[in-house]
Design a protein around this ligand. Structure first.
Ligand code: NAD
Ligand code: UGA
Length: 473
């Protein structure tokens, strides 16, 4: 049997959508391991420590239960970076890796400044042998950068080695909205690395609740690349279906029927085939653009163009939907009240990063619409941050000046509106009271269902005009 280190103390750098839930589940499954989740964002840490579980910084079904059980038992949220790293046998890097906004690779490459800063902190504060685990999604070969930073810190003043590091890649595959279930029952756990001792130590943590056959080990670069490719494949299926949806609308085919037909082929499978307003979330676009950057870097232009098309179709889908809404409403939405149902990028999360709702709302605002937005979990402040602030738009690009507000109920959003536009697939939108909503709306009224989840027959029976994504109605 391969030897391993019995991990007693973990530090996770980054208390975000990945760090928080992942460490919560490890703490639940391994009550004997003490876990410190650290972050430079004090507000975030305070929110994680808040007595009212409704105030946790992220909304994720089932998370509050796990936090209630483990917080201040073997799970701690703190800003004490130095102390937490010093005492850790294993440090997870779970910091943000957004697309670079300027400099070399801007718009495509990942910005690794937070990863580098964290690696330098580990280098400075770690003691003895520390296993460093890349949890963030990283460009291929980032592990070598981390290793270099760490190795250079190993020599003490007398040029003798006083600390030792092993670097592993352990990308995360959780999806928001189902994070706890994904973490407790993963399809696979991927561990990349060469140090067998370190790999076995990490395997022994997951092995407490994940079948050994599901823990796959490989070399570092395969592990880093597999994470990017997994996201690219998922996103590619959605862009394919969004392209087919447009074809359905023109030909009289129905996207739900096409989805059923092709999903029944066991080689294709029926998951991730739902057409919609375009994929959102913090990672799909970023990870594909990273592959595009990497491919171009290695001179593989055709490969880069191939993957880039997935992102282009996604952008096109959002604009296509905005145009349809304007056209159906007699070619203008200026001064018209439109109710937006759903602002998060998918159901069961309060996350709005890259949500298609942002682009579609901004398009409608530019056309002069008065939007009333309802979302059960997204705050007013978040929407405000996401929608274009007028002073940031060059004056010659402002077509018209729309406005937006947030409604507390669906009825409030619908009152006097010309259209209800469903952008997120929240369960509560599946069975709306169309008789009531129709009576509140201005006539002729419209339903635009970009997720195909509403009871559109009932809406139609109540005199509402219907547009459904991917059918000719
Ligand atoms: P996030 O922005 O929610 O959280 C990252 C946190 O790291 C932030 O709170 C930030 O303040 C903190 N941070 C940055 N630098 C720090 C430092 N030097 N010291 C301490 N804290 C620091 O990001 P996220 O959504 O959790 O994503 C993290 C990584 O995981 C990304 O690489 C992402 O691609 C990947 N990922 C995300 C998901 C997801 O569903 N969100 C799923 C799989 C993988
Ligand atoms: C995605 C992956 O599913 C995770 O495996 C991965 O770990 C994560 O990215 C990441 O690396 O960040 P997430 O973005 O949280 O997870 O959510 P998804 O369920 O993948 O949805 C992404 C977007 O695609 C959403 O806007 C969703 O509405 C859309 N989508 C999803 C569709 O339009 N159709 C579908 O059939 C599925």
């Amino acid at each position: 049997m391969t030897e391993f280190k019995k991990i007693k103390n973990i530090c996770c750098i980054g208390a975000g959508y990945v760090g928080g839930p992942t460490m919560a589940v490890i703490a639940k499954k391994c009550p004997d391991i003490l876990i410190n989740v650290v972050d430079i964002n004090e507000n975030r840490i305070n929110a994680w420590n808040s007595a009212d579980l409704a105030e946790l910084p992220i909304f994720e079904p089932g998370l509050d239960e796990v936090i209630k059980k483990c917080r201040n038992r073997n799970l701690f949220f703190t800003t004490e970076v130095k102390k937490s790293i010093e005492s850790a046998d294993m440090v997870f890097l779970s910091v943000n890796t957004p697309i670079k906004s300027k400099g070399i690779g801007a718009g495509f490459a990942s910005d690794l400044k937070w990863v580098e800063a964290s690696a330098r902190q580990i280098a400075k504060f770690a003691k003895g042998h520390t296993i460093v685990v890349e949890k963030s999604t990283l460009p291929v070969r980032t592990a070598s950068t981390i290793k270099e930073i760490l190795i250079n810190s190993c020599l003490d003043k007398d040029n003798t080695f006083d600390k030792k590091f092993s670097v592993l890649s352990n990308p995360e595959f959780l999806a928001e909205g189902t994070a706890i279930d994904d973490l407790e029952n993963p399809d696979r756990v991927l561990i990349g690395g060469i140090d067998k001792f370190a790999i076995e130590s990490l395997k022994n943590i997951y092995g407490r609740w994940v079948d050994r056959e599901k823990i796959i080990t490989m070399n570092l670069w395969s592990s880093e690349l597999s994470k990017l490719i997994a996201n690219a494949f998922l996103a590619q299926r959605i862009s394919s279906m969004n392209a087919v949806a447009a074809l359905c609308e023109s030909t009289g085919a129905n996207i739900n029927e096409v989805e059923k037909a092709i999903g029944a082929d066991s080689r294709i499978g029926n998951k991730f085939l739902k057409a919609g307003p375009g994929f959102g979330g913090s990672c799909f676009k970023k990870d594909i653009l990273n592959i595009v950057y990497l491919s171009n870097f290695y001179g593989l232009k055709e490969v880069a163009d191939y993957w880039n098309q997935v992102v282009l179709i996604n952008n096109w889908t959002r604009h296509r939907i905005s145009k349809i809404i304007v056209n159906k409403l007699f070619g203008t939405v200026s001064g018209k009240k439109l109710s937006i149902l759903g602002f998060s990028f998918k159901a069961n999360t309060n996350d709005t990063r890259e949500s298609s709702a942002i682009q579609i709302c901004n398009n409608l605002l530019e056309e002069g619409a008065e939007l009333v937005i309802y979302d059960p979990k997204v705050s007013y402040r978040k929407i405000e941050e996401d929608l274009i602030q007028k002073e940031k738009i060059p004056i010659n690009q402002i077509v018209s000046e729309g406005s937006w507000s947030k409604a507390n109920t669906i009825e409030e959003a619908a009152e006097n509106s010309d259209a209800i536009i469903v952008l997120t697939e929240w369960d509560m939108f599946k069975n709306l009271d169309w008789e009531k909503l129709s009576s509140l709306m201005r006539k002729p009224s419209w339903l635009f269902d970009t997720r195909n989840i509403t009871d559109h027959k009932k809406a139609s029976e109540n005199g509402i005009n219907i547009w459904l994504l991917g059918s000719s109605n």
